[in-house]
Ligand binder design. Structure first.
Ligand SMILES: [Mg+2]
Length: 327
């Protein structure tokens, strides 16, 4: 039983008062007739999501960033969060740095820490964050329509490269590539993995523009399936047009595709928008100073096709991350 089957079987329940329940980047809880709270929880576990020697200040940033990214994916403006923290011991230097990273990002988004819990145990960071969104305009995964353009923000695959460089297993083909990457590029890739930038401003700007959206956390190839299934459509994606750092272009094509399609932790937004919104999306690239790339379109046929530069479907598609995936 994989992560998604587990949720579907034991925890997905029909919403009663919620405007949107289990299965999107965040739930929607109605505040009044017009507005809702988007609510999300994300957990980071040492050894699973981060290495024991991860810089605590960066870890504080990331723990909140992954939650803010889910709020961004709904088009919500962050309001507050709670923090449940398990630690094997009290290390004040570690805690001070962790809190610094956490508070800096929270303050940048006006997001208040209002409670939580602490306990002794294996290092685990569980946050619940919420933000406000106009209910009818919230960016859900199920609003995509056949014919809509498919867009992605920023660059895809760099965080996965950062993780591969940090893990540096000796048999990794990336190790050979590592020699060709300069120190600045390596640092940029590691930054992308450790300090992702939640696309909150983009999410807000996409209200009334995008028909569906989600953030890329597990890898584009598996994340896109959640959006197309929720919307009851398929997609065609031009794999060789995926935006990536120049360092990725220098890699052998199979490695580049694996990083871009299966590599997670990008925390960029994947969104659909009707073709008549192209000028507005182009304008957002300017006003936000953030590259937005049209990578494909939604199709009526409910399958996802990954097309190469010759418009031929890839025979093998690297898959994203799935907790509890059968091994
Ligand atoms: Mg998400």
């Amino acid at each position: 039983m994989d992560e998604f089957a587990l949720i579907a079987q034991y925890f997905a329940r029909a919403p009663r008062r919620a405007a949107l329940g289990v299965g999107d980047d965040a739930a929607l809880w109605p505040l009044d007739g017009q507005r809702a709270l988007a609510i999300t929880s994300d957990m980071l576990l040492q050894g699973r999501h981060f290495l024991p020697d991860t810089d605590p200040e960066r870890l504080g940033h990331k723990a909140l960033a992954v939650n803010l990214s889910d709020l961004a994916a709904m088009g919500a403006r962050p309001c507050g969060y709670t923090l449940a923290l398990a630690l094997p011991e009290v290390n004040e230097a570690w805690l001070a740095a962790f809190a610094r990273g956490l508070h800096r990002l929270a303050d940048a988004h006006g997001c208040e820490l209002v409670g939580g819990d602490t306990t002794r145990g294996p290092c685990t960071l569980a946050l619940t964050a919420w933000g406000e969104v106009p209910t009818a305009e919230a960016l859900r995964r199920d609003g995509g329509r056949a014919g809509d353009d498919l867009w992605v923000s920023g660059e895809v695959g760099l965080a996965a490269l950062g993780l591969a460089l940090q893990q540096g297993s000796p048999d990794s083909p990336l190790l050979a590539s590592q020699a060709t990457l300069d120190a600045t590029t390596q640092a940029r890739a590691i930054d992308a993995h450790e300090t992702p930038v939640p696309r909150v401003a983009l999410g807000l700007a996409l209200l009334g523009v995008a028909s569906a959206a989600m953030d890329i956390s597990d890898g584009l190839s598996s994340d896109l399936l959640h959006l197309t299934r929720a919307s009851g459509v398929g997609a065609q994606v031009w794999v060789d047009r995926l935006p990536g750092h120049a360092a990725l272009a220098a890699l052998p094509v199979a490695q580049r595709r694996a990083l871009q399609l299966a590599g997670g932790d990008d925390y960029e937004l994947l969104f659909a928008a009707p073709a008549q919104q192209r000028p507005r999306v182009a304008q957002l690239t300017q006003t936000l100073g953030l590259t937005l790339t049209r990578i494909g379109r939604l199709t009526p046929l409910p399958t996802v096709q990954w097309l190469d530069h010759a418009q031929q479907p890839l025979t093998e598609v690297p898959c994203g991350f799935n907790h509890f995936a059968p091994s």
